[in-house]
Design a protein around this ligand. Structure first.
Ligand SMILES: C[S@@+](CC[C@H](N)C(=O)[O-])C[C@H]1O[C@@H](n2cnc3c(N)ncnc32)[C@H](O)[C@@H]1O
Length: 272
């Protein structure tokens, strides 16, 4: 990606900064089995981490690459559950520092490492990792093919790669595309077939392509409820102006997502 785009994405996440506490450090959606599933928001987000993680086929001692790792919350959970080592990359300097703090707090120093690196131009030798994950990060890519080719390169033959996508579930106006782009979401695919074809062109076999749009849609209402409940405390801690700006931006973005953005999960293998 161009330096300018990386800087924009990095600044976007640097600006969110400590507000990740609102969602327990999970910069991804939640997962509910059905309308009857009453799991609280935080639990639903952690559940998604494990649903996605289960598709990686991780074995003890393996090395996982987490492309677009946020503040390392998913990496910490997966390292604890599967006893693997994880290297995460992000283009937010704030996230690198916060991730290190969380890793130490979780007692995982040395097992989970986060570094500043661009997914489209990764600083790793070929076949460095046993598995790879791009959890709600590929939507930020301007050139998705390039990200996928880079993941393919750094993954060992036979290794698994799971990525998630934010597809459009209805036509988007130019204005709506601009709102998504301002929130680092570029070119939402229309179908699972579209993302499958991209992954196959990068050299992967796609072994499962799942549409979880209805399982995650409650995320947005849950987020608004959390923001309403915690907004005054956040304003007290981080300043009323910052919280008002954040609330305005995220309300516009998440109202759009609730109406027109779904969720896809693709499980891939690099052929041996
Ligand atoms: C929506 S957050 C998801 C974070 C994390 N996977 C999670 O589930 O909590 C998107 C992440 O992708 C990262 N990202 C976006 N563009 C990137 C790039 N070019 N290279 C590396 N990371 C990138 C962002 O810095 C951010 O950490």
């Amino acid at each position: 990606m161009s330096e300018q785009v990386i800087d924009q994405v990095g600044e976007y996440y640097d600006d969110i900064g400590e507000l990740v506490e609102l969602v327990g450090g999970n910069l991804h959606v939640g997962y509910w089995e059905s309308d009857e599933d009453r799991a609280p928001f935080l639990e639903a987000m952690q559940r998604l981490t494990f649903e996605v993680g289960a598709r990686l086929g991780l074995e003890r001692g393996q090395h996982l690459l987490d492309v677009g790792c946020g503040v390392g919350e998913p990496a910490v959970r997966l390292a604890q559950r599967y006893a693997v080592a994880i290297t995460g990359i992000t283009v937010s300097h704030w996230q690198v520092a916060e991730s290190a703090r969380r890793v130490i707090a979780a007692g995982l120093r040395g097992r989970v490492i986060t570094r500043y690196a661009d997914a489209a131009d990764q600083p790793f030798p070929d076949a460095s990792f046993d598995a790879a994950l791009a959890f709600d990060s590929l939507p930020s890519a301007q050139d998705k093919s390039r990200w996928l080719r880079e993941v393919h390169r750094v993954l060992r033959p036979g290794g698994r790669f799971v990525f998630t996508e934010y597809p459009r579930t209805a036509e988007l106006t130019d204005g709506e595309r601009a709102i998504l782009a301002a929130n680092t979401i570029h070119t939402p695919p229309a179908t699972l077939a579209e993302s499958t074809a991209l992954a196959e062109t990068a050299g992967f076999d796609v072994v499962a392509a799942e549409d979880w749009s209805e399982r995650v849609r409650r995320t947005y209402d849950e987020f608004f409820a959390a923001l309403t409940a915690q907004g005054p405390a956040l304003a007290e801690e981080y300043g009323a102006e910052r919280i008002a700006m954040f609330t305005t931006g995220i309300t516009t973005m998440f109202s759009l997502c609730r109406a027109k953005i779904g969720y896809h999960v693709l499980t891939c293998v690099k052929p041996a």
